[in-house]
Design a protein around this ligand. Structure first.
Ligand code: GDP
Ligand code: IMO
Ligand code: MG
Length: 426
């Protein structure tokens, strides 16, 4: 029984939803601790596909308690739509879904500001955000003018909301964006707040009791990936929260020593959606093949994902920061058709060998990957149910990734479905 953190160790979309769904077979709590509905976590069960944005991926397992922690920025309309959609699909979460009264609200003005700020940025400076209002909402949190879930329960909430709308309309005017109609906004949001009220509570005591009870398995579900962390990622081309394991304590309200283990999720290659440096990005036929076979389109925005080879520098760096104990190595099957697979083992920059991710975005942009070639297995891994059933070269690839990153692989994924998962003894 353990308290486990699952984090993306690349630029997001590593397959966190799938791994969490698999692991919740043995868990009774799943907790989101940062981000918002910029996340898109896909879970495929049989012929059913679910894309979760705010609801913890454990929601699909009956009886699993789900928490939206204090560290999130929650779009109440997005969350209402998502929960109503799940209800329509027969998922019953009443009595086991909790939203922290300390979580911040994302309101329409945050989304408008997100879009308007991006529109003002010159080419090359745009972040390529999901336009879900994430940056502006975290901005308000740090600026101490955010609204929180708990505020919704206060008698003067409408007054607070109207005050914010007026202040943000002034900001929108500066950005040449249209003002919002406060009456219409209040009316629209009130419908969502009424739906959400039964879920709002103080999640801190319940989570602290949960992590201290040895009978529990608590999973903390990271969103995005370490390279999008506001402190450790490719700043400023990042999201606005701590996506690394460090975010758990602040975003769920539990002490750091309650975390027993950290599982890092990596694809067997790399993808990135949005702008910013990406050393192993491919612009050739191999890149196109990864995108096509991997069906690499954003689960939230539908944008095509940029694709490249596995970057061991990134994986080592993420593992170091987050204390990754073991990997879940995803989408191995996408490499099935490649004659030669490349892995970046270090970078070269200005004539020097670079072994870790530099802080300077300009330096990272000048880094070129040092690749090692690996002979592909050229056959399907899709039907393998044990490590031994994998082609020999695929087994060697896994062992090589372990060697290059210094972290053992304990879960291997060879297809999007629950059953296409191989557990390895470590
Ligand atoms: P997340 O944001 O980390 O949860 O990942 P996404 O859901 O955004 O993107 C991962 C995509 O890969 C989803 O469409 C999954 O269904 C799919 N997927 C997950 N694991 C595998 C796998 O092992 N093989 C293949 N082919 N697809 C996978
Ligand atoms: P999951 O949880 C991939 C990226 C955006 C953009 C940057 C900032 O599904 O892995 P934001 O809207 O957060 O201000 O955008 O971060 N981004 C993601 N990329 N997966 C995600 O989530 C992402 N969430 C944000 O594309 O580059
Ligand atoms: Mg995703």
């Amino acid at each position: 029984m353990a308290n486990t953190v699952l984090i993306g160790a690349q630029w997001g979309d590593e397959g966190k939803g799938k791994v969490i769904d698999v692991l919740t077979a043995n868990a009774n709590w799943v907790v989101r601790y940062q981000g918002g509905n910029n996340a898109g976590h896909t879970v495929e069960i049989g012929d059913q596909k679910y894309v979760l944005h705010l609801a913890p991926s454990g929601i699909l397992r009956p009886g699993v308690k789900c928490v939206i922690g204090n560290g999130l920025v929650v779009d109440p309309i997005g969350l209402t739509e998502e929960l109503q959609d799940l209800e329509k699909r027969g998922i019953d979460f009443r009595g086991r879904m909790f939203v922290s009264d300390r979580a911040h609200l994302v309101i329409q003005y945050h989304k408008e500001l997100d879009g308007a700020k991006e529109a003002k940025l010159a080419t090359g400076k745009k972040i390529g955000t999901t336009k879900r209002g994430i940056g502006p909402a975290y901005c308000d949190k740090a600026d101490r003018c955010g609204l929180r879930m708990g505020d919704v329960l206060e008698a003067n909430f409408e007054e607070m909301l109207r005050e914010r709308v007026a202040a943000k309309n002034a900001m929108l005017a500066v950005l040449d964006a249209a003002p919002l109609d406060a009456d219409a906004l209040v009316k629209k949001y009130n419908v969502a707040f009424e739906y959400l009220k039964p879920f709002i509570c103080d999640t801190i005591p319940m989570l602290n009791a949960a992590v201290r009870d040895p009978k529990n398995n608590v999973i903390f579900e990271g969103a995005q990936g370490v390279m999008l962390d506001v402190d450790f990622g490719t700043y400023p081309f990042v999201t606005s929260s701590n996506t690394s394991a460090a975010g758990v304590s602040a975003g769920a309200g539990i002490p750091p020593h309650q975390v027993d283990e950290v599982i890092g999720i990596v694809k067997a290659y790399t993808t990135r959606v949005g702008e910013g440096p990406f050393p192993t990005e491919l612009f050739d036929d191999d890149g196109k093949a990864l995108a096509k076979v991997g069906n690499e389109f954003g689960a939230t925005t539908g944008r095509p994902r940029r694709c490249g080879w596995f970057d061991a520098v990134v994986a080592r760096y993420s593992a170091m920061i987050s204390g990754v104990d073991r990997w879940a190595l995803m989408k191995m099957d996408v490499l099935d058709g490649f004659e030669t697979i490349k892995v970046c083992t270090a970078y070269e920059c200005d004539g020097e060998r670079v072994e870790t991710v530099p802080a300077s975005i300009s330096k990272l942009s000048r880094c070129t990957p040092i690749y090692e070639d690996f002979k592909g297995w050229n056959c399907s891994t899709r039907d393998a149910t044990t490590f031994e059933e994998l082609p020999e070269q695929a087994q060697k690839y896994v062992r090589w990734i372990e060697k290059l990153t210094g972290v053992p692989v304990s879960v291997l994924s060879v297809g999007p479905n629950r059953k296409s998962t191989i557990e390895l003894k470590i």
